[in-house]
Each structure stands twice: as C-alpha cells, then as structure tokens.
Design a protein around this ligand. Structure first.
Ligand code: UDP
Length: 331
C-alpha cells in the first residue's frame, strides 16, 4: 500500500487499484495539516460524481467504480511527474508569482504545467522544458493541454448550472499498463477553486488555507448541489487535428526544386531550399483522448502518408464549443 497526504492507494490484481480517501487535509506542502470529520467521504463522493460525469462526456479516466463512501476502484496507472492547472480567474500561486490581483477574469483559460517535486515546491515548468527533461513526451504535453481545456469547458458549464464559478483546478494524468493516458488522482474541492457566482464566497480548500472556517460544510454543500443536477448540460465536443506530411529528407522533391528555381529567378536570394508537403485537418466529434491520438497515428501512417518516402507529425487540439449564436453567424 502507498500512502499520500490525503489518500491511500492499494494495488490489487488485474491492473486495478483501490483508493481510500482519508479525513486528512493539508496545505503549504504539508506544513499545515489536520483531520476533518467526513472530509474523506465528501471528497470521495465529489470525485466519484466528477469522474462519472467526465466518463459520460467521453474522457478517458482511471475511475472504474465506487466501492463505498470513502473508496473507489480505479485502473492502475503510473502517475506522470507533471500536473496541469487550468485557470479562468486569477488566484493562488498565479497572483503570488506575478503580483497579480485576485479575481480577474482571463480572456482565455490559461493552462500551466507544474513539476510534481515536493523538494522544489512543485515549480512551474514550460512544456518544452518538461519534454527536454524527459518528464513527459511532446505528444503527452499536447494531449494533456487539449484534455485539460476540454475538461475546463465542461466543468465551467456544470458548475455554472449550480451558480458557481470555476476559478481554477489541477489535473493529474497517469499511464495505464496498455499505454493509455488517463485522467487520474482525484477531482474535488481540494483540487479546484470554486466561488459562489453571486457573492464570490469561497467554497474550496482556500477555506482551510485561509482559515475561513466551515470547510466541510461548504464541501458538502457543493456535493449536494452537484447531486441535485437533474440533467447534465448538452455538449458538442470537437477536437481538431492537423497532420503535416513531409517527404523524407533522403527523397528528391522535383516540385520543390522547380519552386526553388522559380523563386530564385524572381529575386528571392535568401532562400536556400524548398520542400513541398501536404497537410490535413481532421475534425473529431469527441473530446481529446489517448484513443483519438492512436487513431490519428494510424490514419497518418497508413492512409495519409506513404511510409516509404514520407514522414508525418500531428497536433491534436481541443476546439472550444461554439455557441448557437456563433454557429448561426458563421453559416
Ligand atoms: N492544486 C492542487 N494541488 C497542488 C497544487 C495546486 O490541487 O499541489 C490546485 C489548487 O487547489 C488550485 C489550483 O490547483 O485549485 C491552482 O493552484 P495554485 O497554483 O494557485 O497553487 P496554490 O495557491 O494552491 O498554492
């Protein structure tokens, strides 16, 4: 068994784990900690609700089922050493890092990556550095950002239904034995900031961090409101992928050479070489997932490119859902 700050993980047979939510709460790298009655149960049930909801919308998560009020059954995953934070409104470490006022709404949700490294206080890291340090692959980074943006879009809608503002949240990802990238860990009031829309009242772990009191009263209130949602919001997920197909370096490109000579004749003297390629945009009616990534790899390799002479690369992106008004304006 493995014990973290607020949960225990028991590895079972068949690549499954049992996660036990304890009543422990901590903040500031574990410097402040306490036991709060019903905290484990409330976080467990909130996580169950949110993972079920994300599974319903098509996300790939480690969550399999609820065992009881404080335990869940999940896929075994290796947790990636990088966690992802999405922010809609400024708060927390963002304000501390940049001396920025709390409560300012960002034009676009911001996505930040942090290294899971207690000794260095989980520093902010760029995707390029995380890839360079081999903490994650380039494709992991692309997919983690796309998934996080899609999760944000859905959670903003869901919490909006119950008059709450999703300020920010943190996601963890894990790799299953079969190589899938799954949303993992927990999603609860410990891992997000939620404010009352009308009053701005804080409903999340900041109540504990900032000694605002009644932590579990507010956690339970959110769980009740989530449980009372009768119908989940409609959502038309769209993910887009751009595949770029290039001739391998060793293959001659006569069309590229003709273009190069023509450009030289026209006086473009700084051009050294021209290689032509193809690109394809593929639109999926689905949220970004590891499965889509594998499908894209197969499509790019077997159908869009000729592996004897061509290489390909692709990027998958979450496409923000268009409002009905936006769609009719474009039509
Ligand atoms: N968060 C988390 N675990 C961490 C760090 C952050 O769940 O180890 C959550 C936090 O609760 C908030 C969001 O991620 O909802 C952004 O946290 P921030 O970077 O502002 O750091 P904090 O203020 O929590 O130190």
């Amino acid at each position: 068994m493995w014990s973290g700050k607020a949960k225990d993980v028991l590895v079972l047979e068949n690549e499954k784990v049992q996660i036990n939510f304890r009543d422990s709460i901590s903040a500031f790298d574990g410097v402040k900690k306490e036991e709060l009655v019903d905290k484990g149960k409330t976080n467990c049930l909130t996580s169950v609700k949110l993972f079920e909801l994300l599974n319903n919308y098509g996300f790939e998560t480690h969550f399999i089922s609820q065992i009881n009020d404080t335990q869940i059954l999940c896929e075994y995953v290796e947790i990636l050493p990088v966690e992802v934070v999405c922010r809609n409104i400024s708060a927390g470490s963002f304000c501390r890092r940049y001396g920025y006022e709390e409560g300012l709404v960002f034009d676009q949700p911001l996505v930040e990556f942090f290294v899971k490294d207690d000794a260095h206080h989980d520093p902010l890291i760029t995707q390029a550095v995380a890839v360079q340090m081999k903490l994650i692959s380039k494709m992991d980074a692309i997919l983690m950002e796309a998934i996080t943006r899609a999760v944000n879009e859905i959670l903003v809608k869901v919490f909006g239904l119950i008059s709450l503002q999703l300020v920010d949240f943190k996601l963890e990802f894990g790799r299953s034995k079969s190589g899938q990238l799954l949303l993992a860990d927990e999603i609860s009031l410990d891992t997000m900031r939620l404010w009352e829309k009308k009053t701005g009242e804080k409903k999340d772990k900041d109540r504990y961090r900032q000694d605002l009191g009644d932590v579990i009263v507010h956690y339970k209130n959110i769980l009740d409101r989530l449980s009372n949602i009768k119908k989940l919001p409609d959502y038309n997920p769209i993910s887009t992928a751009r595949v770029i197909i290039k001739l391998k370096k060793s293959v001659l490109d006569p069309a590229g050479e003709v273009t190069f000579r023509s450009l030289s004749r026209k006086g473009y003297q700084n051009i050294d070489n021209v290689r032509l390629g193809k690109s394809a945009e593929i639109i999926f009616n689905a949220v970004p997932t590891s499965t889509i990534q594998l499908e894209l790899e197969a499509i790019s390799e077997k159908i869009l490119s000729n592996p004897l002479i061509e290489d390909f690369e692709f990027k998958i992106q979450h496409h923000p859902e268009k409002s009905v008004e936006q769609q009719s304006l474009e039509e």
